[in-house]
Ligand binder design. Structure first.
Ligand code: ADP
Length: 560
């Protein structure tokens, strides 16, 4: 009997122990996953203190960060009202021998207030706060101790057991990594903030400078033209020649300034594209007439090879014209005789998506393979005598490439020395067999990112830059869903949302709010179909679109 009972008692003991271990493991898991989710230092500290206090059945806890000879209270649990003076004060480590000891040994300590070994000073402190037992746990990383957590049980209470101390120590070690990550994250965020600030200053400076440069330049160009035309009185041939040099140098300088402004705008993500539905044929005709002026003194023939019925494209006409003019003027610069052909056709890309392919082919000097590599990088010029003779900044092709990128297309070059060059680019087309998502973002780069995310899926993104156009665009495209940013330079996304919901035509189209602002609850209350916190990853977007599609039971368009 006795041995049976002994076994039974042991079993109960083992059972209790393993239950305790299970509980510890689940505490650990839960704490770890919450720590990983907390990105800010405050978030990590609050999570850690709350979990440790409850896991150790304690009443309160504080976290002290170590820096040099002092410690700073970085968090307190439970939070005491709005008393911020408790947090942030710097304390001399030497005034706290218990903490000093834990930091030095990197070992946790647990002590009850009536322990005779407790120093008089510490006992007084504890008693004054009604504390019966204290555990001080180091937060260590391989490089050293980041700080300590001081956990208290109020009077009357038992001392902390070794098991409880071990559990707290494990939790603190987990938290150490999270604290380091949060610190790094905060540092990075501050650096990013500073860089953004600098970038803004740079763009501002460039914008101001180019404005300041353009004003006197316009006088130079304008007045030289006035004198050349004889408006101020007759001039000699020699004067005419000199003035013409001044005039064209002025024009050249103006082009360069415009290029520099363009490239800095694009690189700062500030280039605003005005997308609309455009027919390419008129654009081709107008750029060719400009190009005709560039080759009028050379035996160069301009050819247009494009079908009349090219599909309408979703693009910014001014920028498409700029791309074409850049390519055509390069072709004109580097071709002394022969032909320059502007060609366009509809084709399928590598993923079987329809696109427009546009090329400019010349019979000029050509470019050696080794010089083609950096061609689209800013300030790159092929170092040949032809280039030096013709001048330029080396910015034209890099702007061209960035503008093509902004349209979601690709640019390419094919050339050989003496064999002429073909520069080509593509513009993706809106597809009939895909579900269209209209994306309204203050920053076009974000919409283009979504576009890239959804390549090869059932969805395609149409970008909207002007928030004023949203309702109109929705009527035109009848998208299956809309992604809506909240922060626009001149308006709030919610105003657009309400406009969409007020219109019987657009009311039923699901709107997904995409924002850095935490407005999940508001999105829900206002009747948004979904809310995605930024930064948004490709599977976030895809999952959300799939969910919205299922929820609204939207069928794929025919052909799929
Ligand atoms: P730039 O303003 O100096 O022309 P680009 O970026 O437009 O700058 O062109 C960079 C260089 O690429 C040119 O200097 C030239 O050497 C080469 N290049 C561009 N287009 C052609 C072309 N059609 N034929 C031969 N070389 C070209």
């Amino acid at each position: 009997m006795a041995s049976q009972v002994a076994i039974a008692i042991r079993n109960v003991d083992l059972y209790t122990q393993s239950q305790q271990q299970l509980a510890n493991i689940s505490t650990l898991q839960e704490t770890t996953s919450q720590l990983n989710a907390a990105l800010t230092l405050d978030g990590v500290i609050n999570t850690l203190l709350a979990h440790i206090t409850s896991a150790a059945k304690a009443n309160s806890s504080s976290l002290f960060m170590l820096s040099g000879d002092s410690i700073t209270r970085a968090g307190i649990y439970p939070k005491r009202g709005t008393d911020t003076t408790l947090i942030g004060e710097s304390l001399l480590l030497s005034d706290y021998p218990l903490t000093q000891q834990v930091i030095k040994s990197q070992q946790p300590s647990a002590i009850s207030t009536d322990d005779p070994e407790l120093q008089e000073h510490a006992r007084k402190n504890f008693e004054a706060s009604g504390i019966a037992a204290n555990a001080t746990i180091p937060i260590s990383v391989p490089e050293g101790v980041l700080g300590v957590i001081s956990v208290n049980r109020n009077y009357p209470a038992e001392n902390f057991t070794q098991d409880e101390v071990n559990l707290m120590h494990t939790l603190a070690t987990q938290a150490a990594v999270a604290i380091q990550n949060a610190r790094l994250y905060e540092e990075q965020r501050e650096t990013a903030e500073k860089l953004r600030e600098l970038d803004k200053l740079k763009s501002q400076f460039l914008a101001n400078m180019s404005h300041e440069l353009r004003t006197p330049l316009n006088s130079i160009i304008g007045f030289s033209r006035v004198i050349m035309k004889g408006i101020d009185g007759p001039i000699t041939d020699l004067q005419q020649q000199d003035l013409s040099a001044i005039y064209s140098a002025g024009q050249h300088l103006l082009n360069m300034i415009n290029d520099i402004l363009d490239i800095s705008k694009i690189e700062a993500g500030k280039m605003e594209l005005a997308f609309e539905e455009i027919g390419l044929t008129q654009i081709f005709e107008s750029v060719l007439s400009t190009a005709r002026g560039l080759v009028k003194d050379k035996p160069v023939k301009l050819i247009l090879s494009a079908p009349e019925d090219l599909p309408i494209v979703h693009a910014d006409p001014t920028r498409i014209r700029q791309i074409l003019l850049n390519l055509l003027s390069n072709a004109a610069k580097f071709t002394d005789e022969g032909t320059i052909t502007l060609a366009a056709r509809e084709q399928l890309d590598a993923n079987d998506q329809p696109e427009i392919y546009i090329s400019v082919t010349d019979s000029g000097v050509g470019i050696a393979a080794e010089n083609q590599i950096d061609l689209f990088e800013p300030f790159t010029q092929v170092d040949g005598s032809a280039t030096r003779k013709t001048g330029g900044t080396g910015l034209g092709l890099s702007i061209t490439r960035l503008l093509v990128d902004l349209h979601g297309g690709k640019i390419d070059v094919q050339s050989s020395p003496g064999g002429g060059s073909t520069f080509s680019f593509t513009i993706p087309l809106i597809m009939k067999n895909k579900l269209t998502v209209l994306s309204a973002e203050a920053d076009i780069q974000v919409s283009l990112l979504y576009q890239r995310y959804l390549l090869g899926t059932d969805y395609q993104v149409v970008t909207i830059v002007q928030p004023g156009d949203v309702v109109e665009m929705v009527r035109e495209y009848r998208p299956f869903a809309i992604t809506l940013d909240l922060i626009f330079p001149d308006c709030d996304g919610w105003e657009i949302f309400e406009e969409l919901k007020a219109d019987a035509d657009t009311r039923d189209i699901p709107v997904i709010i995409c924002s850095v602002r935490d407005e999940q609850d508001k999105a829900h209350k206002m009747g948004a179909a979904g809310y995605l916190p930024k930064p948004i990853l490709s599977h976030d977007l895809l999952n959300m679109l799939n969910r919205v599609r299922d929820m609204h039971q939207i069928e794929m368009p025919p052909g799929k």
